[in-house]
Design a protein around this ligand. Structure first.
Ligand code: ADP
Length: 176
């Protein structure tokens, strides 16, 4: 991990500055404008954000992990602070692997809050060094979730207004 040095006038000497690394875990099946907005708004808050595509090899996903990796990489190709990796297993184990101190999550509704609260508290119990950080969704993204976008794609609708604008929409046609 890179370590920078900053001047801290309180102790009048050079102090080691630990990179602030956050992970943004999710299934991102697919990655929507709601996810994109959370990551973009979090960029000024952290030195590095690792988007973690969580998967379970026993469960079938709609889009293969390789496609999800490719699409998210495409969205952030000009953003050096953001990287993407896939992970099977506990989120806290991935935090340890990439030296992350923060878990970033988005909150749309009070139902999200209750769900996220339990996950964050359990993660904190399992790995006390980790802090969960929540950003409220932009109002226009509140109704968007991957399940609805999958349904639109599955039934041949146009999902483009719910997907990051930089993506090639022809890739979301099921028969291609
Ligand atoms: P999971 O499978 O863990 O629910 P998702 O891929 O659905 O993962 O979402 C990952 C994160 O993105 C979660 O914190 C979720 O609350 C957040 N999120 C999902 N959709 C939106 C949205 N439209 N606006 C803001 N945050 C969102």
């Amino acid at each position: 991990m890179n370590k920078h040095y900053i001047y801290n006038p309180k102790i009048s000497r050079k102090t080691k500055y630990m990179e602030r690394v956050a992970i943004f875990p999710g299934s991102f099946d697919p990655f929507t404008v709601g996810h994109e907005s959370i990551v973009k708004r979090a960029i000024p808050l952290f030195d590095k954000i690792v988007i973690m595509i969580g998967f379970n090899s026993n469960k079938r996903s709609f889009f293969p992990v390789e496609k999800r990796l490719k699409w998210i990489n495409e969205v952030f190709k000009n953003e050096p602070k953001v990287t993407v990796e896939s992970h099977e297993g506990l989120t806290v184990d991935f935090c340890k692997k990439v030296n992350a101190q923060y878990i970033l999550r988005g909150l749309r509704t009070s139902a999200d809050f209750e769900f996220e609260r339990a996950i964050a508290q359990v993660n904190k119990k399992m790995y006390p060094k980790i802090e969960s950080v929540f950003l409220l969704t932009m109002p226009e993204h509140t109704p968007i979730n991957s399940t609805i976008v999958r349904d639109i794609i599955f039934h041949g609708g146009d999902p483009s207004m719910f997907l990051p604008a930089s993506l090639d929409m022809s890739e979301f046609k099921l028969d291609e």
